[in-house]
Design a binder for this molecule. Sequence first.
Ligand code: PLP
Length: 450
Amino acid sequence: VTITNHMPTAELQALDAAHHMHPFSANTELGREGVRVITRAKGVWLTDSEGEEILDGMAGLWCVNIGYGREELAEVAARQMRELPYYNTFFKTTHVPVIALAQKLAELAPGDLNHVFFSSGGSDANDTNIRLVRTYWQNKGQPDRNVIISRKNAYHGSSVGSSSLGGMAGMHAQGGIIPNIHHINQPNWWAEGGDMTPAEFGLARARELEEAILELGQDRVAAFIAEPVQGAGGVIVAPDTYWPEIQRICDKFGILLIADEVICGFGRTGNWFGSQTLGIRPHIMTVAKGMSSGYVPIGASIICDEVAEVIGMEEFNHGYTYSGHPVAAAVALENLRILEEEKIIDHVRDVAAPYLKQKWESLLVHPLVGEAKIVGMMGSIALTPDKGTRAKFAAEAGTVGYICRERCFKNNVIMRHVGDRMIISPPLVITPAEIDEMFVRIHKSLDEAH
Ligand code: PLP
């Protein structure tokens, strides 16, 4: 069979169900229901095989920062494929796209984060980080310093290593976790703050890091990893007191701080990196997604001078076939050029984010919406039957969120639900008129779910 865009949707769905296993899905049920076939995209709009136009409120998976359909990236990819489609940098070789991208990332990254180790995405970049921080302490003569502290409900990827760093119980239940990872609680005031004020709660949750270090023994803790704003866990924005206290504790005990910027990086929070928005000084940043706007798979660890120097003392036994892939590097570089020259982060800061915030917070008048949180272009609302008590629904957790998400899907706006939180993360180039259209659809969906 020749499978094309022109086949009837039902046939494409049947073939998909027969042979394609979808990530994070119950595939048997998915096959029965049938999935939507996305055929084209431009700007913030997707088109499906039935010709429906769908507003993508999630930028794919939080990645299509410059929007869909930029010809420049296609041209750069084609040119690079003709010139040098592949080469590696393992054995005393390098190439121009990887040099140029590493230089650009070092220039954009804050502080002395000047050294780049490439991967194919965020999961394997976090695997790199596990080996990096353990090797760092080994090379410094402290091999017992190998525990990495992370947070419950964090998402750091799907490989066994990165999902161990992550705090997703459902993933740990399927395959277990690697040793020497310790999870502390997340700063989710809405769900877990009890009677504390957000400020008190932020401090209490940050101090769990200090308690964990003391309990484990400070000569055993290698690093703390966190997303500046927890993304896949439900866009959990920590209270203002949280990050300064975390930074103080990392400094006090001399542990490495890893900021997982896979979602927050490249403009999503209104600066190049979420660490700048939240006032964090990481030793290592994980990046992926927005680095290429999702057009090609690429990720990286961006590493500070001192860590790079200590790692460089010995052979670092690590690398991927596609580390610094020339086509991916060239496309990522072109994406960064567009972000910079078209001042897309200024557009976020001056236009899109303030407008989105105003619209987002106006959702609070809806009877279902208890909390509305937003940083730059990533936001969440908590659905609740009672705003005053921050109550949870009697239905099984996530049911109302799921219904809401399904209504959005039918009304041709992509939002995601995490339990009973609804989240958005649109392309950064979205215009006020498109935001208005998005909210017409979101309001309709919330009303139908209520
Ligand atoms: N880290 C964070 C914060 C993420 O959100 C993700 C993906 O959603 C990852 C890591 C994993 O990245 P990838 O899916 O490219 O492996």
